[in-house]
Design a protein around this ligand. Sequence first.
Ligand SMILES: Cc1cc2nc3c(=O)[nH]c(=O)nc-3n(C[C@H](O)[C@H](O)[C@H](O)COP(=O)(O)OP(=O)(O)OC[C@H]3O[C@@H](n4cnc5c(N)ncnc54)[C@H](O)[C@@H]3O)c2cc1C
Length: 432
Amino acid sequence: MSTSDNGIPRVVIVGGGFGGLAAAKALRRASVRVTVIDRTNHHLFQPLLYQVATSVLAPGQIASPIRGILKKQKHTTVVLGEVTGVNKDSRRVLVNSADRDGVEIPYDYLVLAMGARHSYFGHAEFEKFAPGLKSLADAVAIRNKILQAFEQAEAEEDPSRHRDLLTFVLVGAGPTGVEMAGAIAVLVRKTLRSEFRRIDPTSARVVLLDMAPRVLGTFTESLSQAAKGRLESLGVEVRLGHGAEQIDEEGVVVAGERIASKTVIWTAGVSPSPAGKWLNAETDHAGRVRIQQDLTVPGHPEIFVVGDASSLDQNGKPLPGVAQVAMQQGRYAGKLIHSRVTGVSTPPPFHYFDKGNMAVVGKGFAILQSGKFYLSGFLAWVAWAAIHLQFLATANLRVSVFVQWIWTYVTGQRGSLLIVNHHASPPRSKAR
Ligand SMILES: Cc1cc2nc3c(=O)[nH]c(=O)nc-3n(C[C@H](O)[C@H](O)[C@H](O)COP(=O)(O)OP(=O)(O)OC[C@H]3O[C@@H](n4cnc5c(N)ncnc54)[C@H](O)[C@@H]3O)c2cc1C
């Protein structure tokens, strides 16, 4: 293995999400130089993005600067930049940084942990009308859109226009769709109910669609039923068995029927990062890089791909795109690099330990599945809250989110009901 001039191996980690951060932390005692490159300056706790989109939490409560998280690791440098490619032969990544494009950063070991984006299943034209939820900017844009719909309805003098302004459609009944639908239902029925004069927010319609026959298809049937029952008790219309045929500025067409809506949110599939193309490596049907049991790319023991960007089978099934997989894989990649650098025995092949899955449905209700143990209701929600708090990146976020949740639970008030437009609206043309 070639090393940098002074003999210290260089480890480049692309992505400061769950996988990349876990890899960087696992290398904290290794004699290496670590460079973490991310196009944002923060580590984002994506499982709580829906709470920013639905005004429960403020953006700063679920994200933390990567620099701050890694500040004690003196051998770790954080670079704000967009990686645009990898040259496997010269062992360099290409980065567009703040002041220059195409900067080459050399590596001896490379960990690609760039996550995934949402996929519109070949309907890129839907994105304009149905934004997805993946980044903090997405969450703030969706929050603006939801709150703006109420403002527009309040200002609208023609009551026949209220219906489509106050219809919220979520396309995709996986965890994000279910959690968003539950949170919007509680927002309209509890938080906003007495804040408007011309409209009645409780009359808002929340529709959750999926082509699958049940919500939360990765959970067992009984939990899926419990979640559906809970959504319906919150007033959410759950429509299964048909996908969105058309999405445009007037709403959604499902099974030939148009649902008029000014707020459609995409909560369906994910499409992976371009890592497969950069590496010219084999990918699975979803475009994720196929990796080996030691998480490296075949033929390249120095290149690891972890988390949502990778595809690895365990017990004949691909590992799911969840935070636990990314964290465990990132940690493993870091430890393996450490052991290779020090020459000590290498760890056994990677094995994912599934601690279980959870989803929250409205206030004080969650479902939990861990092996053969299933739970739904308030206790599952307490477990959900405790586990999510534990995995937030820093202590100040844990305290702040905990206090906000207690406040919201007791009072029904949300943390951030602000419409924040980052660009001033264009000047209105003067009436003459
Ligand atoms: C809305 C939502 C809700 C979710 N809820 C849950 C949940 O409840 N439980 C659960 O377990 N999982 C959940 N997930 C999935 C979980 O968040 C992912 O599986 C996990 O984040 C994957 O980790 P990762 O490290 O692979 O990628 P990420 O955490 O996505 O990190 C990727 C990082 O790479 C950076 N990056 C990407 N491309 C580039 C580039 N070209 N150059 C530089 N930097 C780049 C990004 O900025 C990002 O910081 C959810 C995901 C979403 C979107």
